[in-house]
Design a protein around this ligand. Structure first.
Ligand code: PEP
Length: 250
C-alpha cells in the first residue's frame, strides 16, 4: 500500500486539481493499493475526480460516534457517504498536538472496523524514547492498547503504520535497518497476540520522511509493506514512489 497523507495542505480546488494530476499519472498502477488523504473539506471534490480510478480515498481522522454533540468532529458514516474507504487513526500529530490517547485511538480503530473502513493505525516512538532505549516498549504499549479487544479476524483488516516521530516531516529518515527492526518487532508481537498466520497477513507501512531517494532501500525490507507519506505525497514525487513500488513488486 502507498498512502499519501496531505495533512492540512491544499484548498479544495487545489486538492481537486492535484488529484486530477495523480489520477492521470497513476493510471495502470494496479499491483498495490494507492490511497490519498486530503483534508475533510476536500474529500467530496477529490472523490469526484478519482471515483472510477485506481486511487482510493482516505480521511485523516474520524470520531468514534455516529452523530451528536461533538463539535468539530466527523463520523465514519459521514465519511463513507463521501466514498472514503480508509482512515488514518492515531497519527503522531493527533497524539501530540491534540492529546489523543491510546484509549481514544482504540475506540476509533474499533469503530472504523465496525463501519467497514480500513484503519491506518499509526504508532511510533519519539527521539527521546529511542535514545533511552524504549522504542520496543513504546511500540508494544501502543499496539496492545490500540488493538485492545480487536479479534484476529478483524486485525487482518487493520493497516499499521510505523512512523517514528523523529522522522516525521524532519527529513531524517529511519535507516532501512532501523525500520525493518521495528516492523519485525511489531509483526512478532502480532504473532504472539494473534498467531503467526494473522501476523503475516497484516500490512505494516513505514512513514517518516520517505522520498524517492530513500524509498527503495526501505521497501525491499521483508516486513515493510509500503509507505505512509506526508511531504512527498504533495508533489509529483508521489508518482515516483509508486513507480519504485511497482518495480519492486513485479
Ligand atoms: C506523515 O505525516 O505521516 C509523514 C510520514 O510525513 P512525512 O512523510 O512528511 O515525514
Amino acid at each position: 500500500m502507498l498512502a499519501g497523507n496531505w495533512k492540512m495542505n491544499k484548498t479544495p480546488s487545489e486538492a481537486q486539481s492535484f488529484a486530477n494530476t495523480l489520477m492521470n499519472a497513476l493510471a495502470g498502477f494496479n499491483s498495490f493499493d494507492i490511497y490519498i488523504a486530503p483534508v475533510f473539506v476536500a474529500l467530496d471534490r477529490v472523490q469526484e475526480v478519482i471515483n472510477s480510478s485506481n486511487i482510493k480515498l482516505a480521511a485523516q481522522n474520524m470520531y468514534f460516534e455516529d452523530n451528536g454533540a461533538f463539535t468539530g468532529e466527523v463520523s465514519p458514516k459521514m465519511l463513507k457517504e463521501l466514498g472514503v474507504e480508509a482512515v488514518i487513526i492515531g497519527h503522531s500529530e493527533r497524539r501530540k498536538i491534540f492529546g489523543e490517547t491510546d484509549e481514544l485511538i482504540n475506540k476509533k480503530v474499533k469503530k472504523a472496523l465496525k463501519e467497514g473502513l480500513t484503519p491506518i493505525f499509526c504508532i511510533g516512538e519519539t527521539l527521546e524514547e529511542r535514545e533511552k532505549g524504549l522504542t520496543f516498549c513504546v511500540l508494544e504499549k501502543q499496539v496492545r492498547e490500540g488493538l485492545y479487544g480487536i479479534s484476529a479476524e478483524e486485525v487482518k483488516k487493520v493497516v499499521i503504520a510505523y512512523e517514528p516521530v523523529w522522522a516525521i516531516g524532519t527529513g531524517v529518515v529511519a535507516t532501512p535497518q532501523q525500520a525493518q527492526e521495528a516492523h519485525e518487532f511489531v509483526r512478532k508481537l502480532l504473532g504472539q497476540i494473534y498467531g503467526e498466520e494473522v501476523a503475516q497477513s497484516v500490512t505494516i507501512l513505514y512513514g517518516g520522511s520517505v522520498t524517492p531517494e530513500n524509498f527503495f532501500g526501505l521497501f525491499v525490507k521483508r516486513d515493510i509493506d509500503g509507505a505512509l507519506v506526508g511531504g512527498a505525497s504533495l508533489k509529483e514525487s508521489f508518482v515516483e514512489l509508486a513507480k519504485i513500488m511497482s518495480k519492486i513488486i513485479c
